[in-house]
Design a binder for this molecule. Structure first.
Ligand SMILES: C[S@@+](CC[C@H](N)C(=O)[O-])C[C@H]1O[C@@H](n2cnc3c(N)ncnc32)[C@H](O)[C@@H]1O
Length: 231
């Protein structure tokens, strides 16, 4: 018993030639848009989503935000979970996620990091290590804190490798440290998941995945079908 979420993610098709046809959208490589493919949830994921529904209903009643407010996420209340296809490309690159420094029990059902820090832990105040997946809570005041800690911990050798997803805020000061690393500018716009499992379609910015580590070729290979690679 599985559930299909409209316009979410795909099965990570690898094309071997330009005439190869994607089994999902039946298009050739240049026309295939994996980020717009539907995702089929496993029965376990479907059950998880049902459980999240209740907490999301409660949250929603507290007041939904306009798209602009959601983009800026000034309150830090809104959580956007990472689409599975992006997590899987990052997992292929890193092997496993030793740590997700910004997460929750629900989110980690998908991220499957060996260890994760929650809001209650305050991941910013903890030690970071190993291979990291990061999709931090986006807020104007906190962006620089999360990005600077990631880059500093990598430079100091505390972190072995990392993939992090952010909005492609290329003109913002907090984003600049990420320019030093290989990146995939995702295309089309990434539709993140809301805690009830639905796809949030109001995102008005593109997203980018940045890789910190020595396996740059692996990152490029695993992400090249999801967007444009900047070395
Ligand atoms: C954008 S969501 C990403 C969730 C997950 N890492 C993913 O990639 O799907 C950010 C998560 O960070 C959590 N969070 C918020 N503030 C935090 C903090 N100070 N320390 C750790 N986690 C935090 C939120 O509850 C939320 O689950």
């Amino acid at each position: 018993m599985s559930q299909i979420l409209e316009k979410c993610l795909s099965a990570g098709k690898t094309f071997t030639s330009s005439s190869d046809i994607c089994p999902i959208c039946k298009k050739i490589k240049s026309e295939c848009r994996p980020l717009s493919h539907p995702i089929v949830l496993t029965p376990e994921q479907t059950e998880d989503y049902k459980r999240w529904q209740d907490s999301w209903e409660t949250f929603g009643k507290k007041g939904k935000k306009s798209p602009a407010e959601l983009i800026n996420q000034t309150s830090g209340n809104v959580v956007y979970y990472t689409p599975q296809i992006i997590l899987e490309a990052a997992r292929k690159t890193l092997g496993e996620f030793d740590l997700d420094p910004a997460s929750s029990e629900q989110a980690n059902k998908f991220v499957r990091a060996k260890k994760f820090y929650t809001k209650e832990d305050n991941g910013l105040s903890r030690s970071w290590f190993g291979r990291i997946w990061m999709n931090h809570p986006f807020s104007r005041t906190e962006n620089a804190l999360w990005i600077n800690k990631l880059v500093n911990d990598y430079d100091q050798g505390n972190i072995k490798e990392a993939c992090c997803i952010t909005y492609a805020c290329t003109s913002e000061k907090w984003f600049r440290p990420l320019f030093h690393y290989i990146q995939c500018f995702l295309s089309p716009r990434t539709n993140y998941l809301l805690p009830d499992g639905s796809v949030y379609k109001g995102v008005t910015k593109g997203s980018v995945v940045t890789y910190l580590g020595i396996n740059r070729q692996a990152f490029a290979d695993n992400f090249c079908e999801l967007g444009a690679i900047k070395t």
